[in-house]
Design a protein around this ligand. Structure first.
Ligand SMILES: NC(=O)c1ccc[n+]([C@@H]2O[C@H](COP(=O)([O-])OP(=O)(O)OC[C@H]3O[C@@H](n4cnc5c(N)ncnc54)[C@H](O)[C@@H]3O)[C@@H](O)[C@H]2O)c1
Length: 435
C-alpha cells in the first residue's frame, strides 16, 4: 500500500515508521519545515525509545520518506492518514479541529483515484462527517471514503504499542474502505491483534470513552490515596487489594500527582463538551476533570507542608518534569502546576529531567535547570520526585543528604519505601501511605 501520513508528530511519526516497517511505502508530511529538515538529516524531533533506529532502517530500505510536499504524495497514495494535533480550543475546552479540517481541504485538492482518508487524530463524534463534507465540497469529483481509526499508543512505549496493540478500532461506512484497511493492518491481523470494525461515529466515541475511563480510574485511586492519608491506610495495598479482582484490574491504579500529558486532559474536557452539546452530560467525567485540576496544585501545597509550611526563600529541587517517564512531552504535565504553586509561595526552584528540559523551558517560567539530580539537590531544602524516571529509583541517598541543606524528600510517585529513606536520615512524604 502507498500511504501518506499527514503530521509527523508523536503519533504520525511512530505510525508512519511502523507501517513502513510492515512493508508499506510511507511518506510522512509535516507543514513544520524544521521538523522535516531534521528528519531528512536523520535527527528525530521527539524522544521515543527505539524510534531513531527504526526510522533509520526504514529510510535506508527506501520504504519511508519525509517531505513538506503534500500534493505529490497525496496524489499517489491509496491511503492518507490525518495525524495532526487536536488540542483544547482556547477559552471553551472543545477540541480544536482547525488542523484536521485544514488538512482535509489540502488533501481533497490533490487526491486521484479511489482514496481512503483515515482520521487517526483523536476527534469528537461527528468529525468524520464534517471531514467528508469538507472534502466533497472542495473536490466534488473526488472518489473517497472517510474512515475513523483512533490511535491508542502510549508515549514511551509507542512502537511496541503500535506493533502489539490490544485492538485496532476501525470505523467506516464503505465496504471498499474495509478491504483497504484490512490490507493496511494485515501484518498485525496475522499476529492476532483484534480488528474491531464498527461505524465511524462509534469508533470516534470509543477513543474518548477509553481515555475518559482511564482518567477516571487514576482519579479514583488518587482520591482513595487522600482518604488513606486521613484514616491511616496504605493506598498501594488498597490498589493491590482491588486490582486483583479481575473485574477491576491492576493497571492505572497508581496514586500520584494527577494525570497530565497530551491526551487525557484535553480528551476528558472535549468529551465533557461534546456530551453537554448533546444534552447528555457525563457527570463522572466532569468531576474527574475538576478533581484532577485541583490535585496538581494541591501537590504543590503538599510540598510546602513537607517543608514546614513555608517555602519563601527556600530552595526546592524538582526531579522529573515530563508528564511521565520515557518521553520529552511536557504538555499538561503536573510539574507545571506544582512548580507554579511553589513559585507563588516564594520558593527558588531548580528542575532536572533526563529528556524534558528543552521542552520545559518553553512552558515553565522562573526556574533554574540542573544537569543531574545531584546538582539539582545541592543546598536544597526539599527534594521532590514528580516523575518516576528509572534514573530516580535508586538515588544515592547518602550523597543527596550530604549536599542538601535539609534532608526532606517528597515522593509523589511512591517509588521509595519509607524505612529505606528514613534510615538515611530523611524526612519522607509520599502519596496515600501515611505510616
Ligand atoms: N501523543 C500521543 O500519545 C497520542 C496518542 C493517541 C492519540 N493521539 C492523538 O493524535 C493526534 C496527534 O497527536 P500528536 O501528539 O502526534 O501531536 P503533535 O503535535 O506531536 O503532532 C502533530 C503534527 O502535525 C503537524 N501538522 C498540523 N497540521 C498539519 C497539516 N495541515 N499538514 C501537515 N502537518 C500538519 C504539526 O506540525 C505537528 O508536527 C492528536 O489528535 C492526539 O490527541 C496522541
Amino acid at each position: 500500500m502507498k500511504i501518506t501520513m499527514i503530521g509527523a508528530g508523536y503519533v504520525g511519526l511512530v505510525s508512519g515508521v511502523c507501517f513502513a516497517d510492515f512493508g508499506h511505502e510511507v511518506t510522512c508530511i509535516d507543514k513544520d519545515a524544521g521538523k522535516i529538515e531534521a528528519l531528512l538529516a536523520g535527527r528525530i524531533p521527539i524522544f521515543e525509545p527505539g524510534l531513531e533506529q527504526l526510522v533509520a532502517e526504514n529510510v535506508k530500505d527506501g520504504r519511508l520518506r519525509f517531505t513538506t510536499d503534500l500534493a505529490t504524495s497525496v496524489s499517489q497514495s491509496d491511503v492518507i492518514f490525518i495525524a495532526v494535533g487536536t488540542p483544547s480550543r482556547r477559552g471553551d475546552g472543545h477540541a480544536d479541529l482547525s488542523y484536521v479540517y485544514d488538512a482535509a481541504r489540502e488533501i481533497a485538492a490533490h487526491v486521484t483515484g479511489f482514496t481512503v482518508i483515515v482520521t487517526k487524530s483523536t476527534v469528537p463524534v461527528g468529525t468524520g462527517d464534517e471531514v467528508e463534507r469538507i472534502m466533497r465540497e472542495t473536490n466534488p469529483s473526488a472518489d473517497i471514503a472517510v474512515v475513523s481509526n483512533p490511535e491508542f499508543l502510549r508515549e514511551g512505549a509507542a512502537i511496541d504499542d503500535f506493533k502489539r496493540p490490544d485492538r485496532i478500532v476501525i470505523g467506516l461506512n464503505d465496504d471498499r474502505a474495509r478491504v483497504v484497511m484490512t490490507e493496511v493492518y494485515r501484518p498485525l491481523y496475522l499476529n492476532q491483534a483484534p480488528l474491531l470494525f464498527t461505524t465511524r461515529r462509534t469508533s470516534e466515541l470509543i477513543k474518548y470513552a477509553g481515555n475518559a475511563f482511564l482518567a477516571m480510574k487514576i482519579t479514583f485511586i488518587n482520591e482513595m490515596a487522600d482518604l488513606c492519608e486521613k484514616v491511616g491506610a496504605n493506598v498501594q495495598e488498597v490498589a493491590r487489594g482491588i486490582g486483583l479482582d479481575g473485574r477491576i484490574g491492576a493497571k492505572f491504579l497508581h496514586a500520584g500527582p494527577g494525570y497530565g500529558g497530551s491526551c487525557f486532559p484535553k480528551d476528558t474536557l472535549a468529551l465533557v463538551k461534546t456530551a453537554q452539546d448533546h444534552d447528555s452530560p457525563v457527570r463522572l467525567i466532569e468531576t474527574t476533570v475538576a478533581v484532577n485540576d485541583n490535585r496538581k496544585r494541591a501537590m504543590g501545597r503538599k510540598v510546602i507542608a513537607a517543608a514546614g509550611g513555608d517555602v519563601r526563600g527556600k530552595k526546592v529541587a524538582v526531579l522529573g518534569l515530563t508528564f511521565k517517564p520515557n518521553t520529552d512531552d511536557m504538555r499538561d504535565s503536573p510539574a507545571i502546576a506544582i512548580i507554579q504553586a511553589l513559585n507563588d509561595g516564594g520558593a527558588i526552584v531548580t528542575g532536572y529531567d533526563p529528556e524534558g528540559m528543552e521542552n520545559a523551558r518553553h512552558v515553565i517560567d522562573g526556574i533554574a535547570y540542573a544537569d543531574s539530580p545531584y546538582k539539582a539537590a545541592e543546598d536544597a531544602d526539599v527534594l521532590v520526585i514528580v516523575t518516576e524516571w528509572n534514573e530516580f529509583r535508586a538515588l544515592n541517598l547518602d550523597r543527596l543528604k550530604a549536599s542538601m541543606k535539609n534532608p526532606v524528600l517528597v515522593d509523589l510517585r511512591n517509588i521509595y519505601h519509607r524505612d529505606e529513606v528514613t534510615k538515611h536520615g530523611f524526612s519522607y512524604t509520599s502519596v496515600g501511605r501515611p505510616d
